[in-house]
Design a protein around this ligand. Sequence first.
Ligand SMILES: Cc1cc2nc3c(=O)[nH]c(=O)nc-3n(C[C@H](O)[C@H](O)[C@H](O)COP(=O)(O)OP(=O)(O)OC[C@H]3O[C@@H](n4cnc5c(N)ncnc54)[C@H](O)[C@@H]3O)c2cc1C
Length: 395
Amino acid sequence: MPEPARVQLPPLRIAVVGAGPVGLCVALQLRQLGCTAEVQVFDAQPEAAAALADPRVLALSEGSRQLLHALGAWPQQAATAIRRIHVSQHAPGLASLPRVLLQAEEAGLPALGYTVRYGELLGALQAAARRAGIDVRYGCRAQVQAQPGAVRVSLGDAAAPAPAGFDLAVLAEGGAFHNQAQRELHRDYRQTALIGQVRCERPHDGLAIERFTEQGPVALLPRGADYALVWCAPAPQAQAILELDAQARLQALQALLPAVCGRVVELRMFGDYPLGLNARLRTRRGRVVELGNAAQTLHPVAGQGLNLGLRDSAVLARAVASATVSDLDAALRRYDFARAPDRAALLGLTDLLARGFTWRQPGAAALRAGALALLSGSWPLRRALQHRMVFGWRL
Ligand SMILES: Cc1cc2nc3c(=O)[nH]c(=O)nc-3n(C[C@H](O)[C@H](O)[C@H](O)COP(=O)(O)OP(=O)(O)OC[C@H]3O[C@@H](n4cnc5c(N)ncnc54)[C@H](O)[C@@H]3O)c2cc1C
């Protein structure tokens, strides 16, 4: 009997809205997996260089480094390794102040993570996208409209007309699309993150510091020869910190830090970001999938937002790389299922850390000290936490 003729299905058409780190990672991974889909990336910024000046320093896990390295987008020269993380709380009233030390050696990893400036990472991803021949259109503020079994993309102010229909829209626009306050999971932490650069008299030698204060967490991340600073405080206090003269500001920071980093000799401030938790319970409506900050914007405590977004991108690319129009919906359901535990764990953990260390009820500081002591004394607990912070929560 002659074999029935195979029906050649047309390649998928995928629109990626947002050429930030997460959007570019999705497009690069689809290409790397040999996906035959037609992929178009749109970004609202007028030119590729617009975001390269973003001064935010990101802590990326070893898992994220491996992912970016495999895409040829790891900015090796610009990265500083984090080999140890010192976690403690600032609680002057307590006699015993336990601290937790997480160490790469103990975890059997070359480093627990790396710091890299947002602009440097984006530059490496843009270069990789150019090399891979990915179609990125800048200056295109895209709008998407879900339709049964398809998506319509329109470009606001762009000169070029948008291609009419796509099979799938990947929203990686950083949460710019939505009224964040209308998200199902919404919390205004009423905190501002002040970012800057700190020089201490003692070389950091790969040490990162996470210091929980009742005002909000303060992080020092090794960055070149200095530290990058993320100083979270209630919005009015953050404003007051910015208004202090340079010496008073340096002393205010010094008073919050543990002795392990030594004396602060220089502090420069770069900018500020309001902090909130904004997330959806479900990140997909039909053929429109939100990921990265479009799906969840977290408090920067523990530096997890982009790490989580990169894992979103990897799982989505794997799910749809070999899908066809006929089995795309099943592939997207697998994606939803696979991402649920990691998202839930990190939404819960960052929210607990951001708020739990600011609780002032009697006994709260002692309870927190007890939790740190427990973690410090239990290697299996530390190992489990370390592994999940580096590679995520999987089923
Ligand atoms: C102070 C601070 C410190 C942080 N530290 C860390 C850290 O240490 N580690 C970590 O993992 N994360 C950290 N984060 C979080 C991290 O910055 C984000 O998770 C990450 O930038 C999200 O990437 P993204 O690609 O999803 O979105 P974005 O980086 O916001 O990129 C979105 C892109 O979409 C484009 N866009 C927007 N609207 C449209 C539209 N309508 N059409 C087309 N394009 C559009 C934008 O131009 C932009 O290029 C921190 C955040 C802050 C504020």
